[in-house]
Design a protein around this ligand. Structure first.
Ligand SMILES: [Zn+2]
Length: 401
């Protein structure tokens, strides 16, 4: 049973625990689900795991839960909903999605030192009183940057009126915001990827905007910049999307490239919006498992990232990658502009000249849907590392005949 199948089972167990009214974010509460799991899971079509392999899978899973901070409750939960006037809910806990790496030269702009109230919020993870900050009712075009380090975090385009008393955004600048379980055991805290400063919390499922996400951010954690003053969206960040089999391996390798700020596993190139892992696994949505890479073009070129991509997966395998078979595992480059397209074409031509029968698809980037939180940053935290993505020199070494 592959690690991936184990996680399908994990999802099923989580659903099972939730369906039985247990808190799926509590290890103590989910453990009883393991006892019943083999019986219950065989009746679940989504689990797709033969009954005989389940005991082994479950042992593996239990280890995984024990190893995962996402399942560890750090403190007794406080009353939920304090930050959410819209609904009470069990916030699913996300793992750290973006590796901790300095965002480098985004911080070139001098930032004044923090005052005591800002320190209390940004460093002490505090919360400002609602309707008291300077940006909850602020709607002008521009960027909201980290008060502590100056990295751009949110565009005014994603700011919306929530009337909750704190600035609300339904999207972040890719790679700029990190998620982690809040010590209260219920919410997901958001911090600045570059400096780790506390921003606030992120909530899903309130149905206020079509994206169905609300970043609830302290004004004190932000500093507003009108257009023209700072545009790291253009100068300091560029995005690339690659598909090369199971996204865990692709993510794992690409996040280690110098100059890469963040990576996200997800789905793209398919026919439905917001697909789930289970839907993508059927192959019917035609999504590819893909990885969105945010990099600083002043530190690493698109070509360099793309070269790594072609060496960590086998671009000559059609609709599969190693043991993973299906169109969701196809090899593809989703280019953002003509420059990326031409670079990818050049690299494919180089590989073909070296004797590799490249089948990689070259497609314009379409909407990218981040995968479920349990897929993010998976290999970094899991000891059992699948070996289907191994760096193999292809640009310097001709194909074997
Ligand atoms: Zn920061």
């Amino acid at each position: 049973m592959s690690v991936k199948q184990v996680l399908v089972v994990a999802a099923a167990i989580t659903a099972l625990a939730a369906a039985e009214g247990r808190d799926p974010t509590s290890q103590a509460q989910i453990e009883p689900a393991f006892e019943k799991a083999p019986h219950e899971l065989t009746a679940q079509p989504s689990a797709r795991a033969p009954a005989a392999t389940l005991p082994r899978a479950l042992a593996k899973l239990l280890d995984w839960f024990r190893a995962h901070v996402q399942w560890r409750r750090a403190a007794r939960p406080r009353a939920p909903g304090y930050n959410s006037p819209f609904s009470l809910f069990r916030q699913e806990h996300s793992e750290v999605r973006i590796p901790v790496k300095p965002a480098g030269s985004d911080t070139d702009r001098p930032v004044p030192p923090l005052n005591d109230e800002e320190k209390r919020i940004i460093i002490g993870r505090g919360t400002e009183r609602p309707f008291s900050g300077k940006y909850w009712d602020h709607f002008e075009p521009g960027l909201y940057a980290c008060r502590q380090c100056g990295t751009a975090l949110y565009s005014s385009k994603s700011k919306f009126r929530s009337e909750c008393g704190w600035p609300s955004f339904d999207d972040e600048i890719p790679g700029a915001v990190r998620r982690r379980p809040d010590p209260d055991g219920l919410r997901t805290e958001i911090t600045c990827t570059a400096c780790g400063g506390h921003l606030g919390h992120v909530f899903k499922g309130e149905r206020i905007t079509p994206k169905n996400v609300r970043h609830c951010v302290n004004s004190a954690s932000l500093t507003f910049r009108p257009p023209g003053q700072h545009s790291p969206e253009k100068s300091g960040r560029e995005e690339a999307i690659f598909a090369g089999g199971c996204f865990w391996g692709v993510e794992h390798h690409l996040e280690q490239v110098d100059g890469v700020i963040g990576v996200t596993s997800g789905y793209t190139g398919g026919r439905v919006a917001n697909p789930t892992y289970e839907q993508v696994c059927t192959g019917k949505t035609h999504h590819a498992e893909a990885v969105r890479v945010v990099f600083d073009p002043r530190r690493v070129t698109y070509e360099r990232v793309a070269r790594v991509f072609f060496e960590i997966h086998d671009p000559a395998q059609l609709n599969r990658q190693g043991p993973d078979v299906g169109t969701q595992y196809r090899s593809a480059v989703f280019y953002a502009d003509r420059g990326q397209k031409e670079t990818a074409e050049k690299l494919i031509a180089e590989l073909r000249a070296n004797g590799y029968e490249v089948v990689t698809e070259l497609l314009p980037a379409s909407e990218f849907f981040p995968a479920e939180d349990y897929h993010q940053n998976y290999l970094a935290t899991h000891p059992a590392r699948p070996t289907c993505h191994i760096r193999t020199p292809r640009f310097d070494v001709p194909a074997k005949r």
